[in-house]
Ligand binder design. Structure first.
Ligand SMILES: *Cc1c(COP(=O)(O)O)cnc(C)c1O
Length: 383
């Protein structure tokens, strides 16, 4: 039997467009060449457009968590009070990281699957007026929940002088996140999610206020220090060897964002997510999140169905990769990603298999109709 085509529907890494794969197989270009320097400056410039900032965006050869560490090291020093919104696995990461570097961490625990209540954030800032920075996710990937970041930032700035630092690893590149307009001080993104690249690049945007804090921050740091990085960028270089191949591919992605129109990319993603949400409901399933994100959807499994079993059955029998739940959500949900080069066929085959796995084939015609309608809207985003 021939193996079925591989369908990657995870919230990162994601399937890469052909043009990106082609860029990744180009011969190595040395980073001290005019041709490369042009690619680097072009990428840095276009990243600012995606982040919608006039201020600073740098990149690191690291995974997304490296970008988070970069954010933390440059704006926080040991003994600083920080507030971490913990609404899932990645929120826990902020708290652990801040703790590791000697910050005094106040955590705002949010029920998994719920968005953060900005009143609670404001109350904590009043209670602890020395909080220097608020760390949160934009989309908490482990629960597929999107927070109201615009309101959160507004509330923080109205209440205190704390910086707002967001992990936008499954938000930047697939949702409208105007950094300057919303008053976001640090924004972290990663290559293997909406940027449709292999794992290994992180992007960090920061405001003028964050830059001022960074310059005075005595916290020891070396690899992730923004100061030499920015100085190198001004000379069309990076602080260390540039991840050249990744950057050639990033160049392709950012030019694609530009030529399709970034708002169309966002629109397409929204309809893919909507197709998944509507399709799941038509299959008689509930969404886990109370504020579903457009980058990833968490579908709750019916009582008595172990999502881990469905997940591994999809993988072994159908060559489809989706993610399960972590910790308290283990066995309860499957998470389907909407980022990257996902085809209509990927979506339709996924629902066909899911219906089969749950013995709900009778509902499939209705599901397919609904999914196809949303996919048609997604396609229109690019016309
Ligand atoms: C994927 C992800 C990360 C971690 O990224 P790595 O590249 O694995 O370090 C962090 N935060 C969120 C919200 C993510 O989705």
């Amino acid at each position: 039997m021939t193996k079925k085509p591989y369908r990657l529907l995870a919230p990162g890494p994601v399937p890469l467009p052909k043009a990106v794969q082609a860029a990744l197989s180009r011969p190595i270009l040395h980073h001290r060449t005019p041709e490369f320097e042009k690619i680097l400056t072009g990428c840095l410039h276009r990243l600012k457009d995606v982040f919608q900032t006039k201020h600073y965006v740098i990149l690191h050869a690291s995974t997304g968590s490296g970008g988070m560490e970069s954010a933390l090291l440059n704006i926080v020093q040991p003994g600083d009070e920080v507030l971490c919104v913990v609404s899932g696995k990645f929120g826990e990461r902020w708290a652990k990281m801040a703790n590791t570097y000697g910050a005094i961490v106040h955590t705002l625990n949010v029920e998994w699957g719920s968005p953060v209540d900005v009143d609670h954030v404001q109350n904590l800032l009043k209670q602890y007026p020395d909080i220097k920075a608020v760390f949160t996710q934009v989309c908490e990937t482990s629960t597929a929940t999107v927070h109201s970041i615009k309101e959160l930032a507004e509330r923080v700035h109205a209440t205190s002088s704390a910086l707002v630092a967001v992990d936008a690893i499954t938000a930047m590149g697939c949702m409208n996140l105007p950094m300057d307009e919303w008053g976001l001080d640090v924004v972290v993104a990663g290559s293997q999610k909406a940027f449709m690249l292999p794992t290994g690049l992180s992007f960090v945007g920061f405001s003028e206020r964050a830059w001022q804090v960074c310059q005075k921050n005595p916290q020891p740091r070396f690899y992730f220090d923004w100061r030499p990085e920015l100085a190198a960028n001004e000379k069309s270089q990076t602080f260390f060897s540039s991840p050249g191949t990744h950057l050639m591919a990033l160049d392709v992605v950012l030019k694609e964002f530009e030529s399709f129109g970034f708002h169309n990319i966002v629109r397409r993603g929204h309809h893919l997510a909507e197709a998944t949400r509507q399709g799941a409901k038509a299959l008689g399933l509930d969404l886990f999140s109370k504020a579903p994100a457009d980058s990833v959807t968490a579908i709750a499994m019916p009582e008595g169905v172990d999502s881990q079993k469905i997940r591994s059955w999809l993988e072994t029998e159908h060559n489809i990769t989706v993610m399960g739940g972590q910790d308290q959500l283990k066995g309860k949900i499957i998470r389907v990603g909407h980022m990257g080069d996902i085809t209509d066929e990927d979506m339709l085959v996924f629902f066909e298999c899911l219906a089969q796995g749950l013995s709900r084939e009778d509902r499939l015609p209705v599901v397919q109709k609904i999914v196809r309608e949303e996919l048609a809207k997604a396609a229109k985003a690019f016309q």
